[in-house]
Design a protein around this ligand. Structure first.
Ligand SMILES: C[S@@+](CC[C@H](N)C(=O)[O-])C[C@H]1O[C@@H](n2cnc3c(N)ncnc32)[C@H](O)[C@@H]1O
Length: 404
C-alpha cells in the first residue's frame, strides 16, 4: 500500500510479521465489547456532566486513553475514528447540540452493536438524535463496509474474477457514494485507535483524516505514544499490539505524520507525565495532539503584520519563516487569518494597516517580503497625526480602575 511515515535518520515502525494485526484487533475488541477488559483501560478524567446520562456498560467498556471531546464546540460536525462503544460520540453529541452532528466509524460488528444499542435511549435523554455509527476502516473512510456487504450478499465471490469484480465495485462506491465525503466534517476525533492500524496503512490513514476535514477544520487525536522504537519481537506479539502497546507511534513520528499530511498548527495539548506502561525500558504514555487543516486561498499582500509576544527570542512557522519577538513581521492575508485564530492567537498579535487594502486590487504576497513591515505600509505615507489622551481618561475612574 502506501509508504511508511518516516523521520530522517530514524528507523520507521515496520509491519508486524505473522498474523495480520487487523484480525488480532478484531478478535480482541469483539471480546472487549461483551465484557470489560481491564488491561485495555487507561484511566481518563472525562467531564462528569456528560457521563451522567450514559448507560453503565458504555462507561465501563471505555478503552480510550485521553479526552479529545474537550476540543469539540457547539454546532460542530464531528467524526470519531474507532468509536468503540460510542462514549466519545455521545459526549460530543451533547456538546455540539442539535445544530451539530456526530458520526462514529468502527470496523468491529460487536462494538458497533454495543454503540447502536443505546442510541435511541440516549437521544431521548439528551433531547436530540444527532449520532450515527458506520462500519468502516478508518484508513479507508470512503468505503461503507455495510453497504459493501449488502452488495457482496447479492454477488457472492466464487473465483478470482468475482474477487476482481468486488474490488471494482468497492472503488465505485468510494467514488460515487463515499461513506465520509471530502471536507464534510469540522472535527476529526480519535481515542486510542491509530496505534492499532497497520504501519503500512498509516500514511493513508492521515491522508483520510485530512481529506474528510473541511478547510479550517481540526483533528484532535488521543493515542498511545512511546519514547523509543519498539523492537520487532514485541511488535510481532498480537497481544501487545491489540492491547494498544507495541503499535504505539514514537512521539516525534506521531507529530511528523500530521506535518507530512499537510496539517498546520500542530500541538501537543496533553502528555501524560507518568508512563501508562513500561516494557524493557520503553515508556508508553497517552498524548493528545491537535492539528488544523489549512484554508486554501491565494496569499495577498494586504499590508498586514504580526508581532510575536515571546517568551522565546523568535518562532519559526511551518513554512520556515522566522518571526522574531517584538518585530512587525510582514505576513500574507492567508497567514494573517491563520495567526489571528487558535492556536496561534495567544502568541502573535495581528496588526492591520490603518487603511485596509482592497483584496480585489491587492498584489500577491511574495515570500521575499517576509521581514519587517514598514511603518509607511502600516500607517500610510506622511502619517503625522497628533492625538493626546483627553482629561477624562487615564486619571483613574471612580472604581479605582484606569482606562489606559
Ligand atoms: C482501544 S479501542 C477504543 C474505543 C473508543 N475510541 C474508546 O474510547 O473507548 C479501539 C477501537 O478501534 C477499533 N478499530 C481498531 N482498528 C480499526 C480500524 N482500522 N478501523 C476501524 N476501527 C478500528 C476497534 O474495533 C475498537 O473498537
Amino acid at each position: 500500500m502506501s509508504d511508511l511515515v518516516q523521520l530522517d535518520g530514524q528507523q520507521p515502525h515496520s509491519e508486524p510479521t505473522g498474523q495480520h494485526v487487523e484480525q488480532a484487533v478484531r478478535e480482541r475488541y469483539s471480546a472487549a465489547s461483551r465484557e470489560r477488559e481491564a488491561s485495555l483501560c487507561c484511566p481518563v478524567q472525562y467531564d462528569g456532566r456528560y457521563l451522567a446520562i450514559l448507560p453503565d456498560e458504555l462507561i465501563e467498556r471505555d478503552y480510550g486513553c485521553g479526552d479529545p471531546s474537550r476540543y469539540v464546540r457547539e454546532g460542530d460536525r464531528v467524526l470519531d475514528l474507532g468509536s468503540g462503544g460510542g462514549k466519545i460520540c455521545y459526549i460530543a453529541s451533547q456538546i455540539v447540540g442539535s445544530s451539530g452532528c456526530v458520526i462514529g466509524v468502527d470496523m468491529n460488528d460487536d462494538m458497533l452493536a454495543l454503540a447502536r444499542r443505546h442510541r435511541q435511549t440516549i437521544a431521548e435523554r439528551i433531547g436530540w438524535d444527532n449520532v450515527a455509527f458506520h462500519k468502516g476502516r478508518i484508513q479507508d473512510l470512503a468505503l461503507d463496509l455495510e453497504r459493501f456487504e449488502d452488495w457482496l450478499a447479492e454477488h457472492p465471490i466464487r473465483d478470482a474474477n468475482g474477487w476482481l469484480l468486488a474490488q471494482q465495485q468497492a472503488d465505485l462506491m468510494r467514488r460515487q457514494t463515499p461513506m465520509i465525503a471530502d471536507g464534510s466534517v469540522d472535527v476529526v476525533l480519535s481515542n486510542c485507535v491509530l496505534n492499532l492500524v497497520s504501519p503500512g496503512d498509516r500514511q493513508m490513514l492521515f491522508e483520510e483524516l485530512f481529506r474528510t476535514l473541511a478547510p479550517g477544520g481540526r483533528a484532535v487525536i488521543s493515542d498511545i505514544v512511546c519514547d523509543e522504537v519498539v523492537p520487532q519481537r514485541l511488535r510481532d506479539d498480537p497481544e501487545l499490539w491489540s492491547g494498544c502497546i507495541s503499535g504505539a507511534f514514537v512521539e516525534d513520528e506521531f507529530l511528523n505524520a500530521f506535518l507530512v499530511a499537510a496539517f498546520e498548527g500542530i500541538e501537543i495539548v496533553s502528555r501524560q507525565a507518568e508512563p501508562w506502561a513500561t516494557i524493557e525500558g520503553i515508556e508508553f504514555r497517552s498524548m493528545t495532539v491537535r492539528a488544523w487543516k489549512p484554508v486554501d486561498d491565494e496569499p495577498l499582500d494586504l499590508n498586514q503584520a504580526v508581532v510575536y509576544r515571546g517568551p522565546c527570542t523568535a518562532v519559526v512557522d511551518e513554512d520556515g519563516n522566522l518571526i522574531p519577538r517584538g518585530e512587525r513581521t510582514a505576513v500574507s492575508s492567508v497567514d494573517a487569518r491563520r495567526f489571528a485564530r487558535e492556536p496561534y492567537a495567544e502568541q502573535l498579535v495581528l496588526i492591520e494597516p490603518h487603511t485596509p487594502v482592497d483584496p480585489a486590487t491587492a498584489e500577491p504576497f511574495r515570500g521575499e517580503h517576509h521581514g519587517t513591515r514598514s511603518l509607511a505600509e502600516i500607517k500610510g505615507q506622511g502619517f503625522r497625526l497628533t492625538s493626546l489622551p483627553g482629561d477624562s481618561c487615564c486619571g483613574g475612574s471612580a472604581d479605582g480602575s484606569s482606562c489606559c
